[in-house]
Write a protein of this length. Structure first.
Length: 329
């Protein structure tokens, strides 16, 4: 049993990682934002929840020093690229400066106890911006073009500085990854949910922005598996986590509607300029060959299967909601 600390335990990736850690019997300490989240997580055997705001970066080193983890997964942060344009300072704090605060805590524990504390940062392909040719790799220069990417680039540099000082500090440069646990605030879940609702006759249209943007979409549990492999590798390093295959947003929409039983999806989709980003990469596609070579990782779920799983979950939830409404009537 290891003492593990993590941020972002209530998000998509954090929830899958929490399942893995608890299944193997680890002592998990999760940093959460609210007392309600703490109560929910603490109900799970093996979890100790700590209420802390990642934007309050001054308190993070003390918290890490108090817990004395053997491993620290930095997964939490600002998850929305579009929202980062509206709140760039907050994005910089929770996805950038907070990582430096966590690493400062790691440094304190190492200095005081003379033992290793392993650290993993969940980075993003947004650090590469929109000028890097596809596929991007660990050697691709960082040139972020949005506040979210800039914050992640800052954190990426912080990991490198810590590693240069002898810490086991690693990062996974994650490309887009989805699952049925993806929140509705993300465009992919918005698409699958709308497809199900339109197929059921509950909605009549889906408003989207750029359908031609290409993204490398993978399966979230696969990416969590990559995190665990990198954290437990013999040596710390930075690894791209991607499928190496890109699809357009149009492809995602078509797959979602087809799975929901609608082939002529174009009549239901409205292009809305409000959903265009100020700067948007034409294509993000990653080269995960280093991760495959060093740690034996490979994606296990195909694009069409990912979309189908999300549509199926939305269908189940819609049916469950209808059944609940029927019982309440």
């Amino acid at each position: 049993m290891s003492r593990i600390m993590l941020t972002g335990a209530t998000g998509q990736d954090g929830s899958y990682l929490l399942d893995v850690l608890l299944d193997r019997g680890d002592d998990v300490h999760a940093i959460v934002r609210s007392p309600d989240e703490a109560t929910t997580l603490a109900a799970r055997p093996g979890v100790t929840a700590h209420v802390a705001d990642l934007s309050n970066t001054a308190m993070l080193p003390d918290l890490v020093d108090e817990v004395e983890p053997e491993q620290l997964y930095s997964i939490g942060g600002f998850s929305s690229v579009s929202q980062s344009w509206k709140q760039p300072a907050l994005a910089g704090l929770v996805s950038g400066v907070a990582v430096a605060g966590l690493l400062e805590g790691v440094s304190r524990v190492r200095a005081r106890t003379a033992r290793e504390v392993r650290f993993l940062q969940a980075s993003s392909c947004e650090i590469f911006g929109d000028t890097a040719p596809a596929p991007q790799s660990e050697g691709t220069p960082m040139a972020p073009t949005n506040p979210y990417g800039a914050a992640k680039a800052y954190a990426q540099h912080a990991v490198g500085f810590a590693r240069a000082e002898g810490a086991f500090a690693a990062s996974v440069i994650l490309y887009n990854h989805e699952s049925p646990r993806r929140p509705l605030s993300f465009v992919t879940r918005k698409i699958t949910n709308s497809a199900v609702r339109i197929a059921a006759g509950l909605d009549s249209e889906l408003r989207l922005g750029n359908l031609d943007a290409k993204r490398d979409w993978g399966w979230a549990p696969d990416y969590v598996d990559a995190m665990v492999r990198v954290m437990n590798a013999n040596e710390p390093g930075d690894y791209v986590v991607a499928t190496g295959v890109s699809h357009t947003v149009r492809d995602f929409v078509a797959a979602a509607f087809t799975t929901a039983g609608i082939d002529d999806w174009e009549q239901y989709v409205v292009i809305d300029e409000r959903f265009y980003r100020p700067v948007d990469a034409a294509e993000t596609r990653g080269d995960a060959s280093r991760l495959a070579r060093d740690l034996g990782w490979k994606p296990t779920v195909a694009f069409e299967e990912i979309v189908a799983a999300m549509v199926e979950e939305d269908s189940v939830q819609l049916s469950a909601g209808a059944e609940e409404s029927h019982r309440s009537a």
